[in-house]
Design a protein around this ligand. Structure first.
Ligand SMILES: C[S@@+](CC[C@H](N)C(=O)[O-])C[C@H]1O[C@@H](n2cnc3c(N)ncnc32)[C@H](O)[C@@H]1O
Length: 325
């Protein structure tokens, strides 16, 4: 990295976000878990490197190569990088508060283009360089965009009226793993595999479990449809005995699948026996059950359903307390 002036946020990455009002709380929870900090606006500076495609809310990751409060100095910095690449593209990333007009933005992109040795390719670039401004400071860097390939799961062959929606499923994978793709994940009540599909498309290792034979069979067919090779165990979670780094538990809601406190407690306790970090989704307040299971609640949020429905889900982040005595 070259030419960093003083008095600037000196984090290495800028993430931009897009989320609907009903997902605002989930996006904030995800940001607290991934970056240790809540996203307040539509962007966030961080030193934490996360693949933007694992989150339903992250639009881009901007990797800062050079920053300066003086635009001419920034251009000199870019020149001194001696970038030589064919098929590049330059984009202007407009952050909230940046009032640079369109024509000026285009001029500035030409400035960038002239300082890169190679022919540009606007339609299928090999790499995207970007320019942005925040609080009088100019940043030049690499832009990594969110891959929307996971939208294909909208038409998965087997669905279920009680399935969690794809945005929430994707965010749960992010939250449970904290973005670490080496973590081994468990979907303890996989239903038709909505959460598993989102883990698989992003390259996470995940195993599913469900007590219901039909649910397991439909999950297996959904996974096979996209050529994902994750395993599904058709068993009560209490009888599963492989350890994981984190478990995701979408509890039965007592709508289409019967549930009561004893059933929910069995699922939570069994998951806690398999993983030190358990992310639970429920439709009711399960605080007493979390306490009984011996897990410690570390964070939570409420996710409202789109539209006027009063139905909402709660996402509980729980961890096992480590006995240091
Ligand atoms: C709310 S649904 C999960 C839906 C799933 N996330 C999806 O998107 O399809 C809860 C699931 O928990 C399963 N279940 C209930 N008790 C269980 C247990 N003891 N062990 C494993 N799965 C269980 C049910 O069969 C049901 O499929």
């Amino acid at each position: 990295m070259v030419g960093i002036d003083n008095n600037m946020p000196n984090q290495r990455y800028i993430y931009t976000f897009r989320r609907d009002y009903h997902n605002m709380e989930l996006c904030k929870l995800e940001s607290r878990q991934l970056f240790g900090r809540e996203v307040e606006d539509t962007f966030l500076f961080s030193d934490v490197k996360v693949d933007p495609s694992i989150s339903p809310f992250i639009k881009t990751r901007f990797e800062i190569i050079s920053s300066s409060q003086n635009y001419s100095s920034l251009l000199k910095n870019i020149e001194s990088e001696k970038i030589k690449i064919e098929g590049f593209k330059a984009e202007y990333l407009v952050l909230d508060g940046d009032t640079t007009q369109y024509t000026e933005r285009l001029e500035k992109l030409k400035d960038i283009g002239y300082r890169i040795d190679g022919l540009p390719d606007y339609y299928s670039p090999t790499v995207i360089y970007a320019l942005c401004q925040y609080k009088e400071t100019w940043h030049f860097g690499l832009l990594i965009k969110h891959d929307t390939g996971w939208y294909k799961h909208k038409t998965k062959p087997y669905s279920f009226s009680n399935s969690i929606n794809m945005d929430i499923a994707k965010s749960l994978v992010c939250i449970a793993s904290k973005g670490n793709k080496t973590h081994k994940l468990l979907d303890a009540c996989c239903g038709v595999g909505t959460i598993m599909l989102e883990a698989c498309v992003s390259g996470f290792r995940i195993v599913g479990c469900d007590i219901n034979q039909k649910a397991c069979s439909n999950t297996a067919k959904n996974l096979a449809h996209y050529y994902y090779d994750a395993l599904v165990f058709c068993t009560d979670i209490k009888d599963h005995n492989t350890p994981y780094d984190a478990a995701i538990v979408d509890l039965p809601y007592n709508l289409f699948t019967y549930s009561n406190d004893a059933i929910a407690l069995n699922i939570i306790e069994s998951s806690a026996n398999l993983a030190p970090r358990v992310v639970i989704v429920s439709t009711s307040d399960i605080r007493p059950l979390i306490e009984q299971s011996g897990l410690k609640l570390t964070d939570l949020c409420t996710v409202a359903k789109k539209g006027k429905s009063k139905f909402s889900r709660k996402v509980w982040i729980c961890e096992k307390e480590i006995d240091l005595s």
